[in-house]
Every structure is written in C-alpha cells, then in structure tokens.
Design a protein around this ligand. Structure first.
Ligand code: TRP
Length: 451
C-alpha cells in the first residue's frame, strides 16, 4: 500500500518539499507587511516565540498524524478515530486547501505576469504603478490567463507524482529560491537608505506590543508554516519510517523563518532608500510600491534595477509554486485514494475545479467586483472564510486531537520512531499541545472574530 502511494525518496527531499509548502507568498509579502505595521523588531521577537512555542509543536502533530496513517488527510482522521466526528477536521482540511488554492492561483498569476513584465523591461519605465496594477487586475482576460498558466504549471508537477514531481521540483526550486534571496539581500544592502531600513528591522519598539499585535504574530506563524490545513499531514504521509519528525519540523520552521526575515531585509532597505513611497500593506506592497522603488532606487544603474526586480518576481513565483503544489497535492491525494482514480485523472479533476473557482476569484477584481456577500467580494470571501475561520478552528482541533484523543504512547512512538531516536523535549511538547497551543489559538480566533 505504502509503495503504491509513493514516498519521498530522501530525507532532504522531505524537508525541502515541506519547506516549499511553508515558504510562499506569506513570507515575502505578508510577513514584511505585518512587521511594518506592528513595530518592526518587536514583532519579529514575538513572532519567533510563536514559531518555537506553537508552530513547531503543531507541525510535529500534523507530521505524526500523516506519517502514522500513510493516508490522505480525511482517511488519516477516519483511521485514527473510526466513526467519530474528528473526521470533520480532515474534511475541512481538504475543503479549505481546495478553497485556498482557488484564490492563491490568482495572486500567483499576478506574480507570473509581473515577472514577464519585468523580464520584458516594462517595469523599468517611470509609470504610475498603481494605475498599472489596477488596470491589470481589473482586466477580464489577462489575470485569468496568467492564473490558468500558473495552474497548468502546478498541475504538471503534481501529475508527475510524489517523487518525480513534488520531490524533484522542490529539490531544484528551493535551493534556487535560497540563492535568489541571497543575491537580493546583498543588492539591497548596497542601497543608499539601507541602514535606515535595517535600523527599523533591528531596533525593537516594545511600546507597540499590544495584545492584538501578539495575536497577529500567532496568526502569521500559522499561515506561514502552512499549518492546520492538512497540507503538511499529506506530505508527511509520504515520509519514510526513519524520518526524524521533530527535527524535520524544526528544520522546516527554521528555513521558513529565515526566508521571512530575509524578505524583510530585502524589502525594507529598498523601501527606505526611497523617500517618496511609504510602507504599504497587502498586495500593494509587492505590486505597486516595489516596482516604483526599484525604479527610483536604481535610476542611476538601471540594469541593476532590471536584475533586482526580475529576480524578485522570480523568487515570488517559485515560492508561490511550491506552496500551491502542497495545496493541490492535499486535495489530489484525497480524490485519488477515495475515488480510486489514476493520479493523472485526479489531478485534472482538481485543477479544472480549482481553475473554475479561481476564474471567479480573479473576476472579482474587475467585472464581478460588485458580486458581494457580507460586503466581501468572492476573493475576499474565500480568503476570509479560509484563513480567518476554518484555519484557526482546524489548528485547535489538531491540538485537541493529538493531545487528548490520541493515545500518548502512539504519539511518543511516532515522534521517536518507535524508540529508535531520542526526543528529550517530549514532555514539554505534550504539555504545549494539550494546553498552551489550543488556548493561544483560541485567543487569536476570538480576537479576530470580535474585531
Ligand atoms: N504557507 C504558505 C505561504 O506562506 C501558504 C500555504 C500553503 C498555506 N499551504 C498552506 C497556508 C496551508 C495555510 C495552510 O504563503
């Protein structure tokens, strides 16, 4: 059974694929924005605590559920709790992965478009980039075409399977991504205003730390590590029996966090070197502010600006692609196993269904912008429901499931590979997963709902 499902052939492949899932649009644009809005280094400090105390233990839990059952997320929960309502968590996971993928491909498509624009030299001109942005996203054809192309790329990799698709491409794309980040960090440090940007990132302003900032850090940690959605559960179902789960979880979290912080090191010196523009939130930072920044900051050496912006959008595209792969795979693995389909057919079904929803999401920036529910357009509705409602609830359920439902021996066995490796912090882990993490996430959730 295990062999038929496919496995990651190597431990490094498992780490790189999971890191690929984690490192995504969330690191390169969401994290710097959160840092900018929430007090710079003080936010980073709290974020690091969240990763260590909540992120890593929850990731370990997802890993152990997936690796123990060697099944897609829904089957995994059914196997561990036959006939119980815990199965709902698996269903929610697959459902939400599907939903997130539908709108993730929209932003990823924009990234592809900006990469092409940059390589073609069209981001070099002194244009009004907010007009460029709104003109592009509201067009009925171009963003859809870009999203469909991105989906086709993702589909192609998933259809190839676990080892020759996901693992092989992660092994190529992740090192390339890290290399590009290195190049961009060096470029960014050479900019005139870089010291101001660095000071902002490194000098903590603890007066900005309110309860809501701490809670945003928890939320960002969850999103960035791809937790609570069954993505990492599905990937872990392809892990080998000798994969060290605590170490892998720590490794993936460290890579994800380093990438997020380096993205800050790339963006803030650049933004601060240009006085005319301010730190903006959301898509605006990446698609409006940065093109202007690249132009103004590199006006004396345009070729360097060309390289910087092209590499930057390539970085964003690679990050988005490896994350989209994990979202696609968690749905495909379910369809494939539940309906006994071939991988190719299952992947086609998922791609076509996601693309249909994705087109609706894309059009909500243009001709369907007045189709709204509770004041949210289709895109916003998807994002809100998935990341603000189902994601935190899913996180709490995973903690409760591992900490209270699963047998403690099973959990310990899985994390120590049946006693073959040592995991000294097991008791701390168990305490966190039973009490600290679920309560902390519940606090985030209530805060977001109430505000
Ligand atoms: N972690 C990815 C990012 O930072 C996004 C992502 C992929 C994700 N899979 C996920 C977020 C599962 C939540 C749950 O962009």
């Amino acid at each position: 059974m295990t062999d038929k499902r496919g496995n990651f052939g190597s431990k490094i492949g498992a780490v790189l694929a999971s890191a690929g899932s984690a490192v995504g649009l969330g690191n390169v644009w969401r994290f710097p924005t959160e840092v900018g809005n929430n007090g710079g280094a003080a936010f980073i400090f709290i974020y690091l605590i969240c990763i260590a105390v909540i992120g890593i233990p929850v990731m370990m839990s997802e890993f152990l559920i997936g690796r123990h059952t060697h099944a897609n997320t829904i089957t995994a929960f059914s196997k561990l709790a036959p006939g119980k309502w815990w199965r709902i968590e698996g269903i929610a996971g697959v459902f939400v992965a599907f939903m997130i993928l539908s709108y993730y491909i929209v932003i990823s498509g924009w990234t592809l478009f900006y990469l092409i624009e940059s390589v073609a030299g069209r981001l070099q001109a002194d244009r009004d980039y907010s007009e460029v942005y709104s003109g592009f996203v509201s067009d009925p054809w171009m963003p859809v075409l870009a999203g469909v192309t991105f989906m086709a790329l993702t589909h192609f990799i998933i259809a190839k399977g676990v080892q020759s698709g996901i693992e092989r491409f992660s092994k190529i794309m992740m090192p390339l991504l890290l290399l590009i980040i290195g190049i961009l960090v060096v470029c960014s440090f050479g900019m005139p205003g870089s010291s101001q940007g660095l000071r902002f990132l490194l000098k903590p302003d603890f007066s900005k730390l309110t309860a809501s900032v701490i809670l945003s850090a928890v939320g960002q940690a969850f999103f960035s590590l791809s937790l609570a959605m069954g993505c990492l559960c599905t990937y872990a179902s392809y892990f080998r029996h000798d994969t060290n789960l605590p170490k892998t979880a720590a490794g993936v979290s460290v890579i994800d966090t380093i990438v997020a912080i380096l993205a800050g090191f790339i963006i803030f010196p650049a933004v601060f070197s240009v006085e005319e523009v301010s730190v903006d939130a959301g898509p605006g930072l990446v698609f409006i502010t940065l093109p202007s920044v690249f132009n103004i900051a590199f006006s004396h050496v345009p070729w360097l600006g060309y390289i910087f912006s092209s590499f930057f959008y390539l970085l964003l595209l690679l990050a988005a692609l490896t994350s989209a792969m994990s979202l696609h795979e968690s749905v495909t693995a379910y369809v494939l196993e539940a309906f006994h389909m071939s991988r190719r057919k299952a992947a086609i079904a998922v791609s076509v269904a996601c693309m249909t929803l994705g087109i609706a999401c894309s059009l909500s920036f243009g001709i369907w912008s007045d189709v709204t529910l509770f004041g949210l357009n289709i895109f916003e509705l998807f994002d809100f429901t998935a990341s603000k409602i189902i994601l935190p609830i899913g996180g709490i359920i995973i903690c409760l499931f591992t900490g209270w439902h699963l047998d403690k021996k099973l959990v310990e066995n899985e994390l120590t590979n049946g006693g073959n490796i040592r995991f000294r912090l097991f008791r701390l882990y168990y305490f966190i997963i039973r009490y600290v993490a679920p309560l902390a996430i519940a606090a985030v959730f209530l805060q977001e709902i109430l505000s």
